[in-house]
Design a protein around this ligand. Structure first.
Ligand code: AHG
Ligand code: MN
Ligand code: MN
Length: 368
C-alpha cells in the first residue's frame, strides 16, 4: 500500500487491521487540494495557513499544560529549568508571530496584544503579499479554570505596493479578508477556517499530531434556540436590546421560546457552539462602553466572515459588520451574530426603536 504525504488512514476493522476503510484528510492535504482547484494560485496563502496550523499545535501543547503552572512555576517566575514562565496570551502571541516571521508570506502582523502593528522585514518576506491580524488567546479569563479558549486570525492582501507594510494594509474593511479562522482549545482542539468558499473544521488528533478534516462545509442552522450574552449587563443595555432579550425569554411554543441562555465568556467557544447548533451571540454597547467590548480587527471581522460563510449573519445592530471601514487598529464595535433569522430579529427591534425616536440609521451607528 502506498501512503501519500499528509494522508492518514483509519483502520476500522479490528479483524483485518490492514483494510483501510476511511481516508482521513489532514489540514495540510486539504489546503493542498484546495490550492489545486485554483489554477493560478501561487501557494502563498496555503503556506500561510499551514504555518498558522503549525503554530496552533505548539500553543495547544502549552494550553494543555496550563493546569500544571503551579507545579512548573507561576507566571512571571522562573520554572524548574530556569526559563521564565510566560503568561499564555504572551506566549501565544510570540508563537504565532514567529511562525509568520519565518513563513515568508506575511509582511506584517497586528495583534490584540500589541499597541502597534509589527512590520516583518526579513529577506524571506520581501515579496510577501499578506498581512495578518491576531487575537492570540481569546477568552483569557478562562485559562486558569480549564474552560475553552481560542486563537482568532484574519488574513488580508496588502494594499501598499512595496517596502514595509503600512497602516492602510491593516485598516481594510472586513469584506476584504481573504481568509479567517479560529482555533478552539476545548474538549478537543479544532481549527476552523474559511477562504471565502465555505467553512471547514479540522480536529487535532493528538496521537498523530495532525489536524484532520472532521467538519466539512459547516452550515449553521437558519434559526436557533440559544442566545449568548453577558446578561449581567442587562440594565446597561439600550432599550431595544433589552426588549429582544425579553423576547428570547418569553414563552411561545410556535417559535420554540423561551430560548436557552448559553454564555462561556470565550468568544471562540460561544461562536463555535452556535455555529454547530444555531443561535445568536451578542456583545452590545452598554452605558459604560458605548462601542461595546469586542475589537473589529481581531474578533468581529474574522468571526463575522466565518459566520457569513456558514450561512449566518453579523451586524452591529444597524449594518453589516464586514462593511465597516475601520479607522484604528484597536477599534471596537457592538456585535450581533449567528443564525440569520435571529440576527434579523434583533435588527428589527433596533430599527423599530430608531423609527420611534426618529433617529436616522447613520447616527444610530457607533463607528469608532
Ligand atoms: P480576550 O480574552 O481576547 O480579551 O477576549 C475576551 C472577550 C471574548 O472572548 C468574550 O466574548 C468577551 O470578552 C467576554 O466579555 P465579558 O466578560 O465582558 O462578558
Ligand atoms: Mn478576544
Ligand atoms: Mn485575547
Amino acid at each position: 500500500m502506498r501512503f501519500q504525504p499528509g494522508v492518514a488512514f483509519i483502520f476500522l476493522t479490528k479483524l483485518n487491521p490492514m483494510k483501510a476503510t476511511k481516508k482521513v484528510i489532514t489540514l495540510d492535504e486539504f489546503i493542498f487540494q484546495k490550492e489545486k482547484d485554483f489554477p493560478f494560485a501561487t501557494g502563498e496563502l496555503s503556506g500561510l495557513l499551514r504555518d498558522i496550523g503549525f503554530a496552533a499545535k505548539i500553543v495547544n501543547r502549552e494550553v494543555n499544560k496550563a493546569g500544571l503552572v503551579d507545579i512548573l512555576g507561576t507566571t512571571g517566575a522562573n520554572n524548574v529549568t530556569g526559563d521564565e514562565v510566560k503568561k499564555l496570551d504572551i506566549f501565544a502571541n510570540e508563537q504565532f508571530i514567529s511562525a509568520l516571521q519565518v513563513s515568508g508570506e506575511c509582511c506584517g502582523v497586528a495583534s490584540e496584544e500589541m499597541d502597534d502593528y509589527l512590520p516583518i522585514n526579513t529577506e524571506a518576506s520581501k515579496n510577501a503579499k499578506y498581512v495578518v491580524t491576531l487575537d492570540p488567546l481569546d477568552g483569557s479569563s478562562n485559562i486558569d479554570v480549564n474552560v475553552a479558549i481560542g486563537t482568532i486570525f484574519s488574513i488580508y492582501r496588502r494594499q501598499s505596493f512595496f517596502g514595509p507594510c503600512t497602516m492602510e494594509d491593516f485598516l481594510q474593511r472586513g469584506s476584504r479578508q481573504v481568509a479567517a479562522g479560529y482555533i478552539i482549545y476545548g474538549s478537543s482542539t479544532m481549527m476552523v477556517y474559511t477562504t471565502g468558499n465555505g467553512v471547514s473544521g479540522f480536529t487535532l488528533d493528538p496521537s498523530i499530531g495532525e489536524f484532520c478534516l472532521s467538519h466539512a462545509d459547516i452550515k449553521m442552522p437558519e434559526g436557533g434556540k440559544i442566545y449568548s450574552v453577558n446578561q449581567g449587563n442587562f440594565l446597561k443595555f439600550e432599550q431595544p436590546v433589552k426588549e429582544y432579550i425579553t423576547y428570547c425569554q418569553s414563552e411561545d411554543k410556535a417559535s420554540n421560546r423561551p430560548y436557552s441562555l448559553r454564555y462561556i465568556g470565550s468568544l471562540v467557544g460561544d461562536i463555535h457552539r452556535n455555529l454547530l447548533y444555531g443561535g445568536i451571540f451578542m456583545y452590545p454597547s452598554t452605558r459604560s462602553a458605548m462601542k461595546g467590548k469586542l475589537r473589529l480587527l481581531y474578533e468581529c471581522f474574522p468571526m463575522a466572515f466565518i459566520v457569513e460563510q456558514a450561512g449566518g449573519k453579523a451586524s452591529d445592530g444597524h449594518r453589516r459588520i464586514l462593511d465597516i471601514e475601520p479607522n484604528e487598529l484597536h477599534q471596537r464595535s457592538p456585535i450581533y451574530m449567528g443564525s440569520k433569522t435571529m440576527v434579523e430579529k434583533v435588527e428589527e427591534y433596533m430599527k423599530q426603536a430608531r423609527i420611534t425616536e426618529s433617529i436616522p440609521a447613520a447616527s444610530a451607528t457607533v463607528t469608532a
